[in-house]
Design a protein around this ligand. Structure first.
Ligand code: B3K
Ligand code: ZN
Length: 878
């Protein structure tokens, strides 16, 4: 049996709600199995809606207890009710109050949408459409209301009661063991930003005074006993608030700002107004349990959710098609924040690595969609790398086009024009048009066109005229020759053998940026004394693929001499990619290329590894298997990719051996240095561990010895885990012993065991499918916990290309089975796992057939959720 194709929602069908809800008063009596929710909704017909329209309130799996209109119970004939809707065919034509009582079982809520319990803590997740699992409502972001929430619960089990907005009152419920708290949020908001928390939680707090003079109490709540691990997140909240004031002029607007960490959460975190709820993975940090990457992610996600207070909450989205309006913009804002807190070049390289690893393949596969999609069957499947990461790149391009000052003025204009409203991408662009007087309608095409554009560039030097001409041609996969071209900002410059060339100029370049607006265009630099090497798309100024015939020597000149950090890194990556793809295609043995690359890397390390270890670590890290797959693009053989990458790692490790050992010693912290997660210290650890990776590839014995010693001496999780990750690639008893010791040491640390699951699931060996199956019955593994599932199965599907893509299909079968099991309890996480199949069409024939067969088996399963049915349908048909 084939699951029905889910119904489709279309952007073109948008019309305003027929009714509005001005005020919401909630009375929520928490109970593990019988929670009662009474919602008093102040409704009125929307002047922009259809007069006399029926009132249809959304529901999802709801049980109605009672419903009254203006205080009078509704006669049975006056309404219809189902778990998915409450309909009043002929509602009053003037303002009225609807009182709805529903009853919920938070303990049985395994979807983790709506109100649920995680480790005994009541919490909520309403975006995108979870509020309708709490009460019947107009659950759409353009219906904005002022909320007052009374929460009541048993006092001993649930001492902490949190809601949106400001605390109003709290106290015992006379004559019972229960207590209550009332919260009021003065800022009108859509239902997806509603939240509550109830539980036994520890708290760390500090006060902050905003630039407007408002005293705010900042607090982070965590499981009892873990308060010390919340300090870093609390400090990150404070840094975020200060930064948003300084860089965007945005101040916080309530008296309290609360962050709560819960252990079962479908994604990273949620920006509920005044009450951000987090996956505890992105809050809890200690040197013993968190890696440098964890610290950086915590800082970034804390900032991201906080920044939503303006980009998402004060100005929200009119409909879910506008998701990038808040997500792309907020990712851009958190990227800028992290760049200011850390190293800008290093951070930018990380952003581009993520974009290429996740968004480029998505945009090249069956799940490709525009940054602003035009239709969806399940909106929760559109929280994608395209909406987030490519969405952020569009905002970045806009800033590159108009310059920083106009960008800031446009952002101010956007916030002031749209404050308190539900806006669209058009509203966003209009603000920038207003402050610059520019027409951005052609730029807007970035939101509409899927697919990663290609820009082919050729450079011609005229030694007599002393000119250098760059010719550009843009194309987009799947777009016809007559498709309108995109507006592509290209930050560029010329580089000579000694460094950037200062003299040459072109009238087409302003502030270092050339704007490619036509399908083909060119520009000419004058006064070019010697043949230059072009440095194009500096800072990765547009999310495109660039084709340019530069030989290795020219690229290595960029590595040595470019002033642009991103392009220096990119140059080394391109050379490594060329060597590996040549080997995969059997075009060359890669020998002389690898030697030249090693020599250049050696010079680079000698000159500057110690000046910027974090950057050096990135230069030493080869393009990933995914990068190679993306570069090859068709008939992909993951085993060949793995071999080519291993060969180059070996070769570099062999050539650079002594230097790598010396570097490791040079950046090692003296014994007794207290751990600090700051970017400089983290950079030294990254370099030490990047060196270890190459050493181990070339000399497994030395790698094993060093990795073991590093684990034994580790004072922090970064070094311990890097040691273990090195051993993971070196089969044998030592590896198994260290894995066992790690599991024992962290038996009571679920977030650390996640790392242990993930490392094993990524082992590129034939036994891994069996190992993952065994680990699925490990006592610490639980299908009910999304972090466990992602660390074991997500890591297997997304970080283990050779084993997931086993020729015999065993890898696909493992993920498919898990998806089907999980789909019965948590469809959202199941659908996420499915994205491992996102590039199946680009595989070589045998694997392609096996992947397709697995997808077809999933599609043929009866009773699929809408979430999984949507992904599998688009994967097969797209
Ligand atoms: N806005 C949430 C994501 C909600 C996902 C719903 N399936 C977190 C964020 O992007 O900040
Ligand atoms: Zn977000």
């Amino acid at each position: 049996m084939r699951t029905e194709t889910p119904p489709t929602v279309r952007l073109d069908d948008y019309r305003p709600s027929d009714h509005l809800i001005d005020r919401v008063e909630l009375d929520i009596r928490l109970d593990p199995h019988d929670t009662r929710v009474t919602a008093r909704l102040a409704l009125r017909p929307n002047p922009a809606g259809r007069p006399g329209a029926p009132l249809i309130l959304d529901g999802d799996d709801l049980r109605l207890v009672a419903v009254a209109l203006d205080g009078q119970p509704l006669a049975p004939a006056a309404f219809r009710v189902a778990p998915s809707a409450l309909t009043i065919p002929a509602p009053p034509q003037e303002p009225f109050t609807l009182t709805i009582e529903t009853c919920l079982d938070p303990t049985a809520n395994t979807r983790l949408m709506g109100l649920y319990r995680s480790n005994g803590v009541y919490c909520t997740q309403c975006e995108a459409d979870g509020f309708r699992r709490i009460t019947y409502f107009l659950d759409r972001p353009d219906v904005m209301s002022v909320y007052t929430t009374r929460i009541e619960a048993q006092g001993r089990e649930t001492p902490v009661l949190l809601g949106n907005g400001n605390p109003v009152e709290a106290g015992p419920v006379e004559g019972s063991d229960r207590h209550y708290a009332v919260w009021h949020d003065p800022h009108p908001k859509p239902a997806y930003l509603f939240a509550l928390v109830g539980g036994r939680l520890d708290r760390v707090a500090k006060s902050f005074t905003t630039m407007e003079g408002r005293a705010v109490e900042l607090a982070v709540y965590v499981e009892p006993g873990k308060a010390a691990r919340a300090d870093y997140a609390l400090a990150a909240v404070e840094r975020s608030m200060l930064w948003d004031e300084q860089v965007f002029g945005r101040a916080y607007d309530l008296d309290v700002f609360n962050v709560v960490a819960v252990s079962d959460f479908n994604m990273g975190a949620m920006e509920n107004k005044g009450l951000n709820i987090f996956n505890d993975k992105y809050v809890l940090a200690s040197p013993e349990t968190a890696t440098d990457a964890d610290y950086a992610a915590i800082e970034a996600i804390i900032a991201h959710e906080y920044f939503h207070n303006w980009s998402g909450n004060r100005v929200t989205c009119r409909d879910w098609f506008q998701l990038c309006l808040k997500e792309g913009l907020t990712v851009f804002r958190d990227q800028e924040f992290s760049s200011d807190m850390r190293s800008r070049d290093v951070h930018r390289i990380g952003e581009v690595r993520t974009l290429r690893a996740r968004q480029f393949p998505e945009d090249a596969g069956p799940l490709a969609h525009p940054v602003r999609p035009t239709q969806y069957a399940e909106i929760n499947n559109f929280y994608t790398a395209t909406v987030y990461e490519k969405g952020a790149e569009i905002v970045r391009m806009l800033r590159t086009l108009i310059g920083e000052a106009d960008f800031r003025a446009g952002m101010d204009r956007y916030f002031s024009d749209n404050d308190g409203t539900a806006a669209t991408v058009e509203d966003f662009l209009r603000a920038f048009e207003a402050v610059t007087g520019r027409d951005l309608s052609r730029f807007a095409a970035w939101y509409e066109r899927p697919g990663t554009p290609r820009v082919a560039v050729s450079g011609t030097y005229d030694a007599i005229a002393k000119t250098y001409r760059l010719a550009f041609r843009q194309t987009r996969p799947g777009a016809g020759a007559d498709a309108p071209p995109l507006v592509i900002p290209i930050r560029l410059g010329l580089v000579g053998a000694e460094g950037p060339m200062q003299g040459p100029a072109s009238a087409r370049v302003s502030r270092g940026v050339f704007v490619l607006e036509a399908a083909e265009d060119s520009l000419t630099f004058e006064n070019v004394e010697a043949e230059p090497v072009p440095s194009l798309f500096r800072g990765f100024s547009a999310p495109v693929r660039v084709d340019i015939a530069l030989d290795d020597a020219a690229r290595l000149t960029l590595l040595r001499c470019d002033e642009d950090g991103f392009n220096r890194w990119e140059a080394a990556q391109r050379v490594a990619l060329r060597i590996m793809t040549a080997a995969i295609r059997g075009e060359a043995e890669g020998g002389p290329g690898a030697e030249a690359l090693a020599a250049a890397l050696g010079r680079f390390l000698d000159a500057e590894a110690l000046r910027d270890p974090a950057f050096a670590a990135l230069v030493l890290s080869l393009p990933s298997e995914g990068d190679l797959a993306d570069e090859i693009g068709a008939e992909i053989d993951p085993d060949a990719i793995f071999r080519a990458r291993l060969d180059l790692r070996r070769s570099l490790g062999a050539h650079l051996g002594e230097r790598l050992h010396a570097l490791r010693a040079a950046v090692e912290e003296p014994a007794g240095t207290p751990f600090s997660p700051d970017a400089t210290s983290a950079g030294r650890r990254a370099l030490r561990n990047a060196a270890l990776d190459l050493i181990a590839a070339a000399d497994p014995e030395a790698g094993t010895r060093l990795a073991r010693a590093q684990i034994a001496a580790a004072t922090n999780m970064t070094d311990r885990l890097a040691g273990l990750a090195t051993l993971a690639l070196l089969p044998g008893e030592i590896r198994e012993a260290e894995l066992a010791a790690f599991a024992e040491r962290y038996a009571d640390e679920p977030l650390v065991l996640d790392k242990w699951f993930a490392i094993q699931a990524a082992i590129p060996e034939a036994g891994t499918v069996e190992r993952v199956r065994r680990l699925q019955s490990h006592p610490a593994f639980a299908m009910t916990n999304p972090n466990r599932v992602r660390s074991l199965l997500g890591s297997f599907g997304l970080a283990n290309p050779t084993q997931f893509n086993r020729v015999d299909g065993a890898g696909y079968a493992l993920v498919a089975e898990t998806v089907l099991t999980l789909d019965r309890t948590n469809p959202q996480v199941a659908a996420r796992l499915m994205t491992a199949f996102g590039s199946w069409r680009r595989l070589e024939g045998g694997r392609r057939d096996a992947a397709e067969a697995a997808l077809r088996r999933i599609r043929a399963t009866a009773g699929l959720s809408r979430d999984v049915a949507d992904i599998v349908g688009r994967s097969l048909d797209g």
